[in-house]
Design a protein around this ligand. Structure first.
Ligand SMILES: C[S@@+](CC[C@H](N)C(=O)[O-])C[C@H]1O[C@@H](n2cnc3c(N)ncnc32)[C@H](O)[C@@H]1O
Length: 338
């Protein structure tokens, strides 16, 4: 029951779901090696993507079920041509959820202002290195300067606090943790390091070369004194105060320090499939309901609500990455929505 009441999205382990991650497209302007194969071409056909009306119907139902935060992601959400309209329409629904967006930042110079005006509450920008050359190696695109301009545009548009996500890869950028933190502090960005997860669909993930949360903590500790912040709640990041100040840095140990016990997230793919977890191998089809011409609008909404319940009820206690029987999802992260 929306922002002002009880959520009905409670799973069998007592976890209440309030956060919906919505992938707006599986396409991206970068090819981050840990996210999708650089020659990936199995894009979803346009007609399989949810239309903006379909998306809005699902989000309205989700809010009525207790979702109070929507994070727009992808692929690259700013590649969606009507992104400003999408934000404006979500911000305009009854009991509007808190609205955030995760982006590679490249289109922010044009879009940060319009997005802020349309009602976007906050932004996460992904940046893994401060080196233009390394950026090119990591993403297969020479767009480092555009990301920096994008961050500046987010700042000018007042989309505070600006969060920066960084993934560290062995022998590529794992020596940069303290330098990236120093840069983030100088620019007043709120930095979070994310452990690399097995979601690249190209099979490059290897536990043996994983830069772990403990290693990231140790690297940062060579230059900074970190003090744990209490009250983590459902946040995936363990936050630390830096040098006794109020500034913090987060470490998301998805693999080695899983936080599934407090997970409050569900995910909608750009082709209208609901997932209870990034690593789920089961999806519930909402697009089929929306496009079923035998159903009227009220029945469609009831059925979508029922499918939200079914997805949450079937959620497993953990992501299972560390189980011997773990099978990585077939879709790359870019297609699920990060
Ligand atoms: C999939 S991207 C989508 C949004 C947008 N294109 C961006 O670059 O932020 C969202 C986040 O997922 C992270 N990500 C992608 N693949 C990952 C993986 N295998 N392990 C950990 N994080 C990953 C990215 O670094 C990024 O911060």
């Amino acid at each position: 029951m929306g922002k002002h009441g009880m959520s009905t999205l409670v799973d069998t382990y007592g976890r209440t779901h309030r956060n919906l991650r919505v992938s707006l497209t599986d396409r991206c302007s970068l090819r981050c090696t840990y996210c999708m194969p650089h020659d990936f071409a199995a894009w979803l056909p346009n007609e399989e993507l949810l239309s903006t009306d379909e998306l809005l119907t699902i989000i309205e139902v989700a809010v009525q079920q207790g979702i109070d935060e929507v994070r727009l992601t992808g692929g690259e959400p700013l590649l969606r041509p009507d992104i400003v309209e999408i934000v404006e329409r979500i911000a305009g629904i009854e009991n509007a959820p808190r609205l955030t967006l995760t982006t590679n930042g490249i289109r922010l110079p044009d879009l940060a202002g319009p997005l802020a005006k349309a009602g976007l509450n906050r932004i996460n920008v992904s940046l893994d290195t401060l080196s233009r050359e390394r950026f090119k190696t990591l993403t297969y695109r020479d767009r480092f300067d555009d990301v920096i301009l994008g961050l500046k545009a987010a700042n000018a548009a007042g989309l505070f606090p600006i969060k920066v996500n960084a993934v560290l890869l062995k022998d590529i950028n794992d020596d940069e943790a303290p330098a990236i933190l120093e840069w983030a502090l100088e620019n007043e960005y709120s930095l979070r390091f994310i452990e690399q997860m097995p979601l690249d669909a190209g099979g490059i993930w290897d536990r043996a070369t994983l830069i772990t949360a403990d290693e990231i903590y140790a690297a940062l500790s060579t230059r900074y004194t970190l003090t744990p912040v209490d009250n983590r709640g459902s946040s995936p990041a363990e936050e630390f105060y830096i040098n006794g100040s109020s500034a913090t840095v987060g470490i998301i140990g998805s693999v080695t320090r899983p936080f599934c016990g407090a997970c409050d997230r569900i995910r909608l793919t750009s082709d209208g499939q609901l997932r209870s977890c990034l690593f789920s191998n089961v999806e519930t089809d909402l697009r089929r309901v929306l496009r079923d011409e035998s159903l009227n609008s009220a029945t469609k909404k009831q059925e979508i609500a029922a499918r939200f319940q079914k997805t949450v009820i079937s959620k497993l206690p953990g992501h299972g990455i560390n189980d011997p029987t773990f099978i990585a999802p077939i879709r790359p992260m870019s297609a699920i929505g990060g």
